[in-house]
Design a binder for this molecule. Structure first.
Ligand SMILES: [Zn+2]
Ligand SMILES: [Zn+2]
Length: 293
């Protein structure tokens, strides 16, 4: 006992997969195959001993993702009101709008604890409809400081890490999630490794599972299928990130990588391609996967 379980609730980029209105080959295939559909990136966190759960990032698909979390919680005999809080990485469309379901038109929660950075709180309390959730007492925003541990229970600690990412409405966080036995680093969005290399190396040394931004496989795919430049939506490509893992990096740190946050253009969404490039310590996250910490 005392375990923490992570349940993967979504693995797509903010727009989901298939992406609305897209006729790219990946999306066309997914439209006709329910099993290959993916929700925007989100993570359920279950504190087994205390029978409480948390969601990292509330996407526009929160109703479906909450159902998945509920089913997992039932397996561990959690009570019906197990959802104790939400943690939000940043204010882009795949990561926070699901908060609206906690309002009076739907769940009507009572002071649900929402953990955010200071800048994200400012965004939420100064813009509708998020402000209304606070004013009506549906949510209560708790500010975290980067690098300062949030102690959710004796078994579960979360450390927010500041991430370089397009700061349109808020800054961006990633989270180190620590159970009693193992830990995971959840980083769905980053612009580039350049400013983050040292911090990443430091975290990797102490973390078992690295769940990382795998938005694009290569720089060419966005232009090929959408006529858009990757410079407009900066992310390190999987190809770039692979380079970090050369020379035994993961073995030395005893950590495993799982890519997530896949854009609809990403060729790793096709099983044959994914299998071709998979490496021993590098994986591509599946919907529904469980991690034990
Ligand atoms: Zn995103
Ligand atoms: Zn598409």
């Amino acid at each position: 006992m005392g375990d923490i379980v992570l349940k993967v609730l979504g693995t797509a980029q903010d727009g989901g997969y298939p992406q609305p209105g897209c006729d790219c080959p990946n999306c066309q295939k997914a439209l006709n195959n329910n099993a290959s559909k993916r929700f925007p990136a989100s993570l359920g966190v279950l504190d087994i001993e205390n029978k409480k759960s948390y969601i990292i990032d509330t996407t526009p698909y929160l109703p479906e993702q909450l159902n998945i979390l509920n089913k997992t919680a039932q397996k561990y005999n959690f009570p019906k009101d197990h959802l104790e809080g939400v943690l939000i990485t940043h204010a882009h469309m795949g990561h926070y709008p699901g908060l609206m379901y906690f309002g009076k038109e739907a769940i009507n929660s009572k002071k649900l604890s929402v953990h955010t950075s200071k800048s994200l709180k400012k965004f939420l309390i100064t813009n509708q409809p998020w402000k209304q959730l606070v004013d009506n007492g549906n949510i209560q925003i708790n500010i975290f400081d980067f690098e300062k541990t949030i102690s959710l229970s004796t078994d579960l600690k979360v450390i927010p890490i500041e991430i370089p990412h397009r700061q349109e409405f808020s800054d961006t966080s990633a989270f180190v999630i620590k159970g009693r036995h193992k830990s995971a680093f959840y980083l769905p969005d980053i612009d580039s490794w350049v400013e983050f290399n040292n911090k990443f190396n430091e975290i990797s040394e102490k973390t078992d599972f690295l769940i990382l931004d795998g938005t694009f496989y290569s720089k060419e795919e966005l232009m090929k299928f959408r006529g858009r430049k990757v410079e407009d939506v900066p992310h390190p490509t999987i190809k770039d990130t692979f380079r970090k893992f050369e020379n035994g990096f993961l073995k030395r740190n005893n950590s495993k990588v799982y890519f997530t946050h896949f854009n609809h253009t990403n060729p790793v969404l096709r099983t044959a391609f994914k299998n071709k490039i998979a490496k021993k310590e590098v994986n591509f996250l599946d919907e529904g996967k469980l991690f034990n910490l």
